[in-house]
Ligand binder design. Sequence first.
Ligand SMILES: [Zn+2]
Length: 483
Amino acid sequence: MPVLENLKPQRVFYYFEEITKIPHGSGNTKEISDYLVAFAKNQGLRWIQDESNNVIIFKEASKGYEKVPSVMLQGHMDMVCEKKKGNTHDFTKDPLKLHIEGDYISADGTTLGGDDGIAVAYGLALLEDDTLEHPALEVVFTVDEEIGLLGASALDASCLNAKYLINLDSEEEGILWAGCAGGMTAVTKLPVRYQECTGMKWKIRVSGLLGGHSGAEIDKNRANATLILARFLKECRQQGDYVLAELSGGLKDNAIPRDAEALILADTETGEKIAAYADIFTQALRKEYAGCDEGITVTAEPLGQGAEPALHPVSLEKVLFFLLNYPNGIQKMCGFIDGLVETSCNLGITALTPEALCGSASVRSSVGTAKQALADKIAYLTEFLGGDFTAEGDYPSWEYRQNSHLRTVMVQVYRKLYGKEPEVQVIHAGLECGLFYEKIPGLDCVSIGPDMKDIHTSEEKLSISSVQRVWDYLVEVLREIKE
Ligand SMILES: [Zn+2]
């Protein structure tokens, strides 16, 4: 029995549920891509499927809209696959188990893929409905957005004529996104040397931090666990000499690290002083981060005598110098949009391997030259210390336009339907719009979507009433874009 059968708009929820039966995690999109092609064939609509599995479906303008410029509707077909610990769901073959609770749809112990399955469902429901009024539609379903905007990046836009783009990959109803940051992953490899050392081993741990998304939460003044650890390692040298055997912090380049740890070797007396200093340091940090990250805890725990390869003193110096001078956090705020972060950097993953200190950071900016300058600064710091720098997954920003016809129409329709103003915002994170904006000169874009909670986690939820309102809104925008 379908779970969403009685929800309205019926065809939107029908397609949403169909999609959840087809495995479509990032990197596994052939089956859903073929499903979209089969849909187009069935409907007698022109379609393109490219080598990456991106699908574009075209629909002609309805009567009276033949002269209006084409509208691209766009979302990504891949989803993030996350599940609760112990859940046996197999994302390569099992259908999701849907649940309705109050106003929310979720999946049993897994991500739901409302991000961005709802865009696919909206697209298909619009394409099959011959009663709607709209300009020519170019509905673009991309692959692998969640692993670096790969589909949008590879897509050949020469077959697209759209002047307007409505991207459907946002998670908050009532916000019209009108620009986004570009970014890249800045990767550093700093060669290090080790020597065999003996002594009392101490595990240094930094924990209790809030962390967060490196784009959306970079302006919340949260601490970076790895950089707190580096500062501790520098300051505690006043307690006596130690050698550093291990160091690691963070899990993803786009997440602010919440934990970091190091293994040092020192004599018992120095180790005890360092452990005592950890308490003083913890209190100082909690004061510094009062009101924004005050659960920070730094500890040093003895693990007994032992022998370990530890960094040569010159390597230790380089590692600490690198970390303490890393341009982390907000670099500049936007000069013309209040509260918008323009340029930032998050050193997300740091690990000491047998060969090198490896650092991986997410660099973002809504200004292309500022992004490049920040990357150059990290490269300079890295190379000055004898390391190698590479920039990976570079993607362009989508610049805010002072004049946007699409946005004007969308603001008016929102006001008309809901009797209030939508918020117009620019996001300090990457959206596929940036890539389309770069490929199609003069493209006028807005990004919207229905309310979702906890995306990319097993708690992901999609609001039913919001899906309905955003559908009505979308239909009305397409009708009104004529003027
Ligand atoms: Zn998404």
